[in-house]
Design a binder for this molecule. Structure first.
Ligand SMILES: [Zn+2]
Ligand SMILES: [Zn+2]
Length: 184
C-alpha cells in the first residue's frame, strides 16, 4: 500500500480526471512511455527509455479504478549459452485495482493519489515475472565449448579436444612406472 504522493509529470503517472468516479465509466488509452530504469533480471531486460507501447483500459468501479492492459517492450541482453548479444521483445498483460481509500485496500494494494495512479509498479512486476531466466539467441544455440570457450556455432559440429582427464593421466603415469620397475 503506497501513500506517497505522485508526481503528475512523471511519465507513468496516469490521470483519471476524464474517467470520473461513476462506476461503469470507462476510458481507453494507448500511450507510448519510456521504459523505467533497472528493468532487468539476470542477462536480459528492457533498456531504459526504450519505447513501451501500452494499450490500457481504465474502468471506474465502486472501490476504485480497475486498470487492465497490455504492454509491448523491446528486450536486450545476452544469450545464456553463447554470451552473444541478443535483442527480442516482450508482451505482458496486467490488471490492477487502484483503491480510492486506504480503508478498503489491503497491505499490497495500490492506491490512487487523488485523480492520479502510478502504472510503473504494475508494469514492472509484469515484466520481471515474464523475463526468461535463461535467454537464448536461438532455441538451437549450441553454446560455448566447455574446454576452450570457442563458439560452437562457428567452430562447427566436429569441434572437440583430444584431452585426457588429469586423474586418468596420473593413473597412466603410475602404470608406466610399474612397467619400468618390472622390466628394470
Ligand atoms: Zn547463443
Ligand atoms: Zn574447444
Amino acid at each position: 500500500m503506497s501513500l506517497r504522493s505522485l508526481d503528475p509529470r512523471a511519465p507513468w503517472v496516469i490521470s483519471t480526471h476524464d474517467l470520473g468516479r461513476r462506476p461503469g465509466s470507462m476510458r481507453t488509452l494507448t500511450p507510448t512511455l519510456p521504459a523505467p530504469v533497472d528493468l532487468a533480471v539476470g542477462m536480459i531486460g528492457v533498456p531504459k527509455d526504450a519505447d513501451v507501447e501500452l494499450d490500457i483500459r481504465l474502468e471506474a468501479v465502486m472501490e476504485g479504478v480497475l486498470v487492465t492492459g497490455t504492454a509491448q517492450a523491446p528486450l536486450t541482453g545476452e544469450c545464456s549459452r553463447c554470451l552473444d548479444p541478443l535483442t527480442s521483445e516482450i508482451e505482458v498483460d496486467f490488471q490492477e485495482l487502484y483503491f480510492y481509500s486506504a480503508e478498503d485496500a489491503g497491505e499490497d494494494d495500490l492506491l490512487l493519489d487523488g485523480e492520479l495512479l502510478d502504472l510503473e509498479p504494475v508494469f514492472r512486476d509484469a515484466v520481471v515475472l515474464a523475463l526468461p531466466l535463461s535467454p537464448v539467441c536461438g532455441e538451437d544455440c549450441p553454446g560455448l565449448c566447455a574446454e576452450c570457450g570457442v563458439r560452437l556455432a562457428e567452430a562447427g559440429p566436429d569441434h572437440r579436444h583430444e584431452t585426457v582427464d588429469p586423474r586418468w593421466a596420473a593413473l597412466q603415469g603410475l602404470v608406466e612406472e610399474q612397467k619400468d620397475d618390472q622390466e628394470g
